[in-house]
Structures are given as structure tokens and as C-alpha cells.
Design a binder for this molecule. Sequence first.
Ligand code: ADP
Ligand code: ADP
Length: 231
Amino acid sequence: MIRLEDIQKSYFMGTQAIPVLKGITLDIFKNEYVALMGPSGSGKSTLMNILGCLDSPTGGRYILNGKDVSKMVDDDLAEVRNTEIGFVFQQFNLLPRLTAAENVALPLIYAGVSKKERIERSMEALHKVGLAERSHHKSNELSGGQIQRVAIARALVNNPSLLLADEPTGNLDTKTSVEVMEIFGKIQEAGNTVVLVTHEEDIANYAHRVVRLRDGLVETDTQKSSWQMGA
Ligand code: ADP
Ligand code: ADP
């Protein structure tokens, strides 16, 4: 599903190039559940931005679902982003005056989906995260964990094949983090590919594979044995 071949990313400060990703080669298969770890500054967010087609690499190739997205222009990238990728961030980015269902439906408004279908699909997405009964509540009536679940539902509402999450439990206490990780597990079991960034080993333990970055390179890439055996 995802093939990264010698991905490089440099930021430019004036004329000076600062290399951040120095040659990342990685395959991620459909339905994998990957945790991306590594020290602060190792390039995790930069790699997530590239995986999410928010940014283009300065070298190498990125093949997503058979398409070379590394060569795409911005409009085509936006199309890939809207149809194939869902994002969850550490900051939940919900609009406080809207209900859970309205927040979840937002991406569908931009996609020009009819009101009837927006309601159906936002309810379906809320159901996937176990929050259907909270659909009419505004964010100030929801707990932190529930708000993050609404954000996950919003990321799922376009039926993306790839779900990316950057520190999705970074603002949550332990109990709530577990609740959110269980939701990601269910989403992966339902057929999505999940890639998340975390600093916490306990959180990474929910994934089936842990990729560690250091100084812009893959340092280790470890599969859990139970997952390899198909358990
Ligand atoms: P991580 O997510 O692992 O903490 P990042 O990908 O955020 O790492 O950053 C890696 C390095 O790239 C850091 O040194 C950071 O300061 C630098 N960096 C990230 N984004 C930019 C940018 N837009 N412009 C310049 N430098 C950046
Ligand atoms: P994280 O904790 O997720 O790694 P950061 O605080 O490193 O996030 O970065 C937050 C945002 O700022 C990112 O979008 C990153 O690309 C950008 N950024 C990070 N470092 C720099 C930098 N030196 N110059 C410009 N932008 C940067």
C-alpha cells in the first residue's frame, strides 16, 4: 500500500539546505498497524506530513496505492488527501459551537455531499467510535476522550484507506489514552491501515510494528511476533 524509497526532506533556510529525512526506505502493507517513534527532532512529524500528502519529499519516491504521489502537483495531492487519507492530531481541532455530528460531517461539506448523506455518514462514523448516542452534544459537553473519538470519526468519514495520527493521546490521561487506542485497534481490525506517532512505549505497544527514527533515518523496524503469526 505504501512504499517509501530513499525519501529525503530538507528544509531551506535562505540558501542553506537542512536535511531532516536522510533516506527513509519503508514498505507499509494494507491493514498494518504501525507506531512511529524516535526522539524529538528525529523527523517523525516531517515523515507523517509526507505520508499524509501535506508536504512533498525533496528526494526519493512515495508510492501510495500504486500512485507515485511524490511527483504530484498540489491539486492532485489535495485530491489524494481528501479521498484516501484521514488525519488525527494531538490538538483535536473541533469547532466548539458545532455538535459532534456536525464536526464529523465537515469534510463532507467540502466534498459537496448532500445533507441527507452527510447525516447518514457522520452517524455511521460516530457509531464506529462508539459515540452514536453523543451525536447531538457540543464539545463542551464531551470528555477529552470523547472529543478525540469525534476527531477520529471525522478522520474516518470519507472512508480513507490510511489513517494517520500524530500523538493522538498526547493530551490525554492514561485511562482515556487506553480508550482511544482501543478505538484505533477496532479501526485497524475493520480493515484500515493505521500509522501513529507516539513518545510512549505503552501506547506503541498497541501497534503490531514499531519503526524508530533517529536523525532522519530508520534506526529499527520491529514486528510483533504474534502479529507475524497472524494472531
Ligand atoms: P519530530 O516530529 O521527530 O520531533 P520533526 O519532523 O518535527 O521531528 O522535525 C525534525 C527536524 O526538522 C527538527 O530539527 C525541526 O526543527 C526541523 N523542522 C521541522 N519542520 C521544519 C520546517 N518547516 N522548517 C525548518 N525546519 C523544520
Ligand atoms: P512535534 O512535537 O509534533 O514534532 P514540533 O513542535 O516539532 O511538533 O513542530 C510543530 C510544527 O512546526 C510542525 O509543523 C513543524 O513542521 C514546524 N516546525 C518545527 N520546527 C521548525 C523550524 N525550525 N522552523 C519552522 N517550522 C518548524
